[in-house]
Design a protein around this ligand. Structure first.
Ligand SMILES: [Zn+2]
Ligand SMILES: [Zn+2]
Length: 290
């Protein structure tokens, strides 16, 4: 782990303070996610996932057919570290008065009763076993989306590490012109212009970041500049929204050239709900399908 990685939790907290001063009104939302992102980054430092080897023939086929490298079931979760993170996240959200504080308390109650089968839950999550989730959420009294929120957020360090490990099979300089993540196949959540003007997309699930074209719709793969445009907002120098008139989707874009603070993509994604509202009012749909 580099010294840069060790600085990330402090940089997230600093970015949250800066966001609070430029966007008053989001204190509660930012406080919730600061707790989660800082805990995730600290957990990532002690999380271990085994390296995955893709056989040469399989790799060739995936690359030539432009398939993502992994299915959800190929990912692994470090159950011990995810379980510790789950408890930590729930502990810091319980009683904090945000949307998840009640559910956090119920999950902690279930943990203290020994009623939470960690390995089963993470395995059901990766296996997309809806039935298991239905039963688990019923038995601990937390609605399914709340439980999925906690399971995803506590598994996230493992998912991100897995994506980092497997990304060695991808050329980081080759543009990926598909509407899904080259690692896991999920839709992009955020677009970035880096300081040198190159455009990247970030995955909504594993947060892998990949290079793409400036004129490209990540939802329908449209590359026609007549139907692709962007909106910018007077008081939002750091953000713009790229839209596609063909499929009516939008993606929020962070322009790092106009940002003089630390850019942490998951924080940028959640701290701009006013942009989502505006775009939906204008008849566009988010490229992240839920
Ligand atoms: Zn992904
Ligand atoms: Zn499109």
């Amino acid at each position: 782990m580099s010294d840069e990685d060790k600085m990330i939790p402090a940089q997230i907290s600093k970015a949250v303070r800066q966001l609070n001063s430029i966007r008053p009104g989001y204190e509660s939302l930012l406080d919730l996610y600061e707790k989660i992102f800082v805990a995730q980054e600290k957990s990532k430092m002690v999380t271990k996932v085994p390296a995955v080897d893709i056989p040469e023939e399989t790799l060739k086929k995936k690359v030539s057919e432009k398939f993502p490298l992994a299915n959800l079931s190929d990912f692994t979760v470090d159950v011990d570290s995810a379980a510790a993170l789950l408890e930590e996240i729930c502990g810091s959200l319980r009683g904090s008065g945000n949307d998840y504080s009640e559910a956090a308390g119920l999950v902690l109650d279930a943990i203290s009763r020994g009623a939470l089968d960690y390995a089963g839950l993470y395995s059901a999550f990766l296996g997309e076993n809806e039935h298991y989730f239905d039963k688990a959420s019923e038995s601990i009294g937390v609605d399914k989306s709340g439980l999925a929120f906690f399971i995803y957020n506590s598994a996230k360090p493992s998912l991100v590490l897995f994506a980092e490990t497997i990304s060695r099979y991808l050329d980081p300089n080759t543009e990926w012109l598909k509407g899904y993540c080259p690692i896991c196949g999920s839709p992009a959540s955020l677009s970035l212009f880096e300081k040198d003007g190159k455009r990247f997309l970030c995955c909504s699930f594993c947060w892998h970041k990949w290079p793409t074209r400036r004129i490209f719709c990540n939802n329908c793969e449209n590359a026609d500049d007549k139907t692709l445009k962007y909106y910018s907002f007077d008081n939002e120098q750091e953000h713009r929204v790229d839209v596609c008139d063909k499929c009516k989707s939008y993606i929020k874009t962070v322009d790092c050239r106009n940002a003089d603070r630390f850019i942490y993509p998951p924080l940028e994604y959640i701290s701009t709900p006013h942009i989502d509202i505006k775009m939906m009012e204008m008849g566009f749909t988010s490229c992240v399908r839920s």
